[in-house]
Write a protein that binds this ligand. Structure first.
Ligand SMILES: [Cu+2]
Length: 237
């Protein structure tokens, strides 16, 4: 009888350990919920008339009551350490997980509220992979900005692989001037950046910031290595 009990307890403990490990791993993996592009009719592009969709993002310099920032997964673990390691970290908002329709012109509007850091390579201050090779900064068409004015980048990529189209888009997010005053909401007036790119067939991609806005090694640690802040996933479906 006692032996049977020990066997049962041992088996139950084993199940609990496995279930706990799976839960811990899935917490680590959890990414913000997908933000879906909004259909917006059709648009003329160099590839002819295509379906059009839009998506709106903001880059916040720090969290606040109105912009609490990513809270699940990796970030929750950082906060649970009892030390607010993500205090003052910039982040893309409302999500770093994006869902985009296939074979569609996607117009992204970004309100950029953060200051700047020059990139290690001026390549990241140039526009790559958009329709016309341009973006707009506060309504003006440009193909690049001064590297010293870079705040962040929005860079979509994935290693070439069978079964999905290549997608490479990189757009420099111009910084708010360092002497900009905060408005009533606690943030300076944003730089407004728009750009349009064309998705291929269905696929899974990642994106990240290529401006060294973090800390540690080459300033690519901290916020730069925490999913949900300066990097995320893109599904084209
Ligand atoms: Cu960044």
């Amino acid at each position: 009888m006692k032996r049977a009990l020990v066997t049962i307890v041992t088996a139950v403990l084993g199940v609990l350990v496995v279930a706990g490990s799976i839960l811990a791993i899935s917490r680590l993996d959890r990414e913000p919920a997908y933000l879906e592009a909004t259909p917006a009719g059709t648009i003329q592009t160099p590839q002819g008339e295509l379906p059009h969709a839009t998506i709106e993002l903001s880059i916040m310099p720090n969290t606040s009551a109105d912009y609490p920032g990513p809270s699940g997964g990796v970030n929750a673990l950082i906060e649970n350490n009892g030390v607010e390691q993500n205090e003052g970290w910039p982040f893309y908002w409302p999500s770093t997980s994006l869902k985009l329709p296939a074979h569609t012109a996607i117009t992204v509007t970004v309100k950029q509220y953060d200051g700047g850091t020059a990139p290690w390579n001026p390549y990241w201050a140039k526009v790559h992979g958009t329709v016309g090779g341009t973006m707009t900064v506060n309504g003006k068409d440009v193909t690049e900005i001064k590297p010293a004015d870079l705040g962040h980048t929005f860079t979509i990529h994935q290693y070439p692989q069978a079964g999905q189209d290549n997608l490479f888009v990189s757009v420099p997010m111009i910084a708010v001037p360092s002497n900009a005053k905060n408005e009533a909401n606690g943030y300076p007036a944003p730089q407004v950046i728009t750009f349009t790119f064309i998705t291929g067939g269905p696929g899974e991609y990642v994106w990240n910031c290529e401006d060294p806005c973090g800390d540690s090694y080459q300033d690519f640690g901290g916020v730069m290595q925490a999913r949900g802040w300066m990097s995320g996933r893109i599904v084209v479906a």
